[in-house]
Design a protein around this ligand. Structure first.
Ligand code: UDX
Length: 435
């Protein structure tokens, strides 16, 4: 909405949420999420044509177009637990719209949702309102965290799905006209509702599949002596494969990949497509294997025991330039190390200490400390595990770090951003992924 407000001065955007504390944070100087470049834009448009409010009923009444941006987490209970999406927030928004709307509206699904959710939204609206026409569109978001502002300013494509009826086409055009304020028309793709909803799941499944594919090869590289970065470079030079998303790592995290693949798996199972379900589920299994493999490598290198040894963990966010920890590979790695009775000192430049504590709750908290900087985390540690590729970790003074560690000192680069030969020359036992 901040980008729409910035690029379309004639459009008034209102963001409403029932969580008053969160709305207050968006109205304050300390925004509730860290995203490079966002703060400047919010400052520029807030109070101009971007408003944050808790007046949900009023905003519904005044809006011509309503974007539904609520969470669709994986269901934790009942049918489809662990796979299907929990649509209770989407449903409650549909009911709120039905309750307060007194004129026709265009409803835009922004949340990633399994195919055919628009149908449920339409059904709820139709059953609870008399005679008001609602047109439901699907407009999935493809931005990645950490690069959200640039991804929104210069999207590869904008996708809008709608009904193939005259009213549906008119609604699609109304939304396309907003994006056309800054996105070239040829990048605005329109499809049917179902194709749009499914495309989002498939895009994320394909991206995650690339990471699991290169991570599977990283295990082969470690076993055979090849270097996974060299292999990725070579295959990425084939224009049919392309160079992006081929970085071997401790595994993908974030709020989308695992959730969306599991949704796809659930959808396939629902339609009896068991081989297809198993195929995609393996992308997630490979990701879990990669996280386990990394922890096992640490334990093995440290003479098969990390009990009571201090391990410094550098980075906890699921990727650099975000303070988001959802599904971060660091969580699984830290939990496994704590289960091996290691003592962890974690440092992340942007993640709040309470978020780290919360994610590791119940996993031997007494053995966990959150350090104020990387040097403090590494002081006296037997090993350093680098789990997020923050740029600042590349320029640490590793000679100083080595001097503060018992010998032999180990370093495990879970993101392949460090210069391993240089670290080895300093005196570290240095390991990377697929190296
Ligand atoms: C992703 C999609 O990229 C985006 O289009 C969609 O809208 C939401 O999901 P996001 O989860 O924010 O975005 O981050 P992304 O950059 O895709 O990274 C996801 C995870 O994969 C991170 O943990 C990242 O470290 C990891 N990754 C990414 C790799 O391990 N190797 C790579 O080559 C790329």
């Amino acid at each position: 909405m901040a980008i729409i407000a910035q690029r379309c001065p004639g459009v008034h955007t209102t963001i409403v949420d029932m969580n008053a504390a969160r709305i207050a944070a968006w109205n304050s100087d300390l925004l509730p999420i860290y995203e490079p470049g966002l703060e400047e834009i919010v400052r520029q448009v807030r109070g101009r044509n971007l408003t944050f409010s808790t007046d949900i009923a009023g905003a519904i009444k005044r809006a011509d177009m309503i974007f539904v941006c609520v969470n669709t987490p994986t269901k934790t209970y009942g049918l489809g637990a662990g796979r299907a999406a929990d649509l209770s927030y989407v449903e409650s928004v549909a009911r709120a719209i039905a309750e307060h709307a007194n004129a026709p509206k265009i409803i835009v699904e922004k949340s990633t949702i399994p195919v055919r959710t628009a149908e449920s939204i339409s059904a709820i609206l139709a059953a609870n309102t008399s005679g008001i026409h609602f047109e439901v569109l699907s407009n999935p978001e493809f931005l990645a965290e950490g690069t959200a502002v640039n991804d929104l300013q210069n999207p590869d494509r904008v996708l809008i799905g709608g009904e193939r009826t005259p009213e549906g086409e008119a609604a699609v055009k109304a939304l396309a006209d907003i994006y056309a304020c800054w996105v070239p028309r040829e990048r605005i793709i329109t499809t049917s509702l179902w194709s749009s909803e499914l495309s989002k799941l498939v895009a994320n499944a394909f991206l995650a599949q690339r990471i699991s594919s290169i991570n599977s090869i990283s295990a082969v590289c470690e076993a055979t002596g090849a270097d996974v970065d060299e292999v990725a470079h070579v295959i990425g030079r084939d224009s049919r494969i392309g160079p992006k998303f081929l970085k071997a790592s401790i595994g993908f995290g974030g709020s989308c990949f695992q959730k969306d693949i599991l949704n796809l798996v659930y959808l396939c199972e629902h339609f009896g497509l068991n081989e297809v379900a198993a195929y995609w589920e393996h992308v997630v299994r490979m990701n879990d294997y990669q996280k386990r493999r990394f922890t096992a490598q640490i334990v093995k290198a440290l003479f098969n025991t990390v009990a009571d040894k201090k391990i410094a963990v550098l980075g906890f966010a699921f990727k650099k330039n975000t303070n988001d920890v959802r599904e971060s590979a660091a969580i699984a790695v830290c939990r496994s190390l704590l289960a091996e009775h290691a003592c962890l000192a974690v440092f992340d430049p942007k993640v709040a200490p309470e978020d780290i504590q919360r994610e590791l709750a119940g996993a031997a908290e007494a053995r966990l400390t959150v350090a104020r900087n990387a040097y403090e985390a590494c002081e006296g540690a037997h090993a350093v595990a680098l789990l997020t590729e923050w740029d600042e970790f590349k320029s640490l003074d590793f000679a100083r770090i080595l001097a503060s560690m018992p010998k032999p000192a180990f370093i495990f680069d879970g993101r392949n951003i460090l210069d391993l030969p240089k670290l080895r020359a300093l005196g570290f036992q240095a390991f990377g992924i697929g190296k």
